[in-house]
Write a protein that binds this ligand. Structure first.
Ligand code: RIB
Length: 309
């Protein structure tokens, strides 16, 4: 089993031909609402990849909260430890997608999810203790991340931290992380070193390992991913599954792929290739949570056949 701690956010997705400057209004080209929040995306992807998952988070008693519960019921995401706030809103995110570049810019407001408490994390001990992998990100406040990592480490789970959005981390947090999964920007920010090529990525990863992380997996976008552990590097190529439609949640799908593969007994090096295939499929689909691929699609892609529609 896998426990994911993080936030649910209703993603309000705006497509536009150009980003507005401050004070400017531009006419957008499309709009949609769907499930988001890094933790929630990772939990949905985990369920679609076929692993039992509990999602530890807090939502509000509002329409977006009901949306979250409906999705988890359909997807089979465990909600025994999904808490509710009577007065705070469910998280939300403004996602602006540039029609031309396909790039996105995101503002996320965690809402009720930021009010999860250490007592509520302790209350999820049954799930954490039963999980071979514990996965979290930085959309919940760092004191909660620290508390949960301590709890998961004590339970003997493999601890994974996806350090997104980028933020400075203490050595104490890094020392509790078995697998740190930054993208290039986050790796540069966390290490204080440039990350523009493989040699620089290795140096940044080594700097983070020297501060306590067990292993570092740096996602490199269309270049794939780099695993650094014990002075050794494993590189995995990105997997092309079709035209890129939406990169939102690609990192989340990758993290879920690593977690699921590890929970099934694969090595981290083996997990890397699986996770690249998961992310390769995700970017061909619209939506963060909604675009997560199913296990059969990933298996078909890895086997070299066409993924089922
Ligand atoms: O990683 C993508 C996610 O980041 C989006 O779904 C958005 O909600 C933000 O949390």
């Amino acid at each position: 089993m896998i426990t994911v701690m993080g936030i649910f956010a209703a993603d309000l997705v705006f497509h536009t031909p150009k980003l507005p400057a401050w004070g400017e209004t531009v006419l957008g080209s499309g709009f949609g609402i769907g499930p988001g929040g890094k933790g929630s995306n990772q939990a949905i992807a985990t369920a679609r990849l076929g692993a039992p998952v509990e999602f530890l988070a807090k939502i509000g008693q509002d329409d977006f909260g009901a949306m979250a519960r409906g999705i988890y019921a359909r997807e089979g995401v465990g909600t025994r430890f999904l808490r509710e706030s009577a007065d705070l809103p469910t998280g939300s995110a403004a996602i602006i997608i540039d029609d031309r570049a396909g790039e996105n810019a995101i503002i996320v407001v965690p809402g009720a999810a930021a009010a999860l408490t250490t007592a509520e994390i302790d209350g999820a001990a049954e799930a954490i203790d039963a999980s071979s992998v514990f996965l979290t990100q930085l959309e919940t406040p760092q004191p909660l991340v620290l508390h949960a990592l301590r709890r998961a480490r004590a339970a003997g789970s493999v601890t994974m931290l996806n350090p997104a959005p980028a933020a400075a981390l203490s050595d104490e947090i890094l020392g509790l992380v078995d697998i740190l999964t930054p993208n290039e920007t986050e790796a540069a920010m966390l290490s204080g070193l440039p990350v523009t090529d493989t040699a620089e990525a290795e140096a940044a990863a080594d700097a983070l390992i020297a501060r306590g992380a067990g292993a570092v997996v740096i996602t490199l976008g269309e270049k794939g991913a780099l695993l650094r552990k014990d002075g050794q590097t494993v590189l995995a190529m990105a997997v092309k599954a079709g035209p890129v439609v939406d990169t939102t949640g690609a990192g989340d799908s990758f993290n879920a792929g690593i977690a699921v593969a590890l929970s099934e007994g694969k090595t981290l090096a083996e997990a890397l290739g699986f996770a690249c295939a998961v992310a390769g499929l995700k970017v061909t689909r619209a939506g963060a949570g909604a675009g997560m691929p199913k296990r059969a699609e990933v298996e078909a892609l890895l086997a070299g056949s066409r993924p089922p529609a």
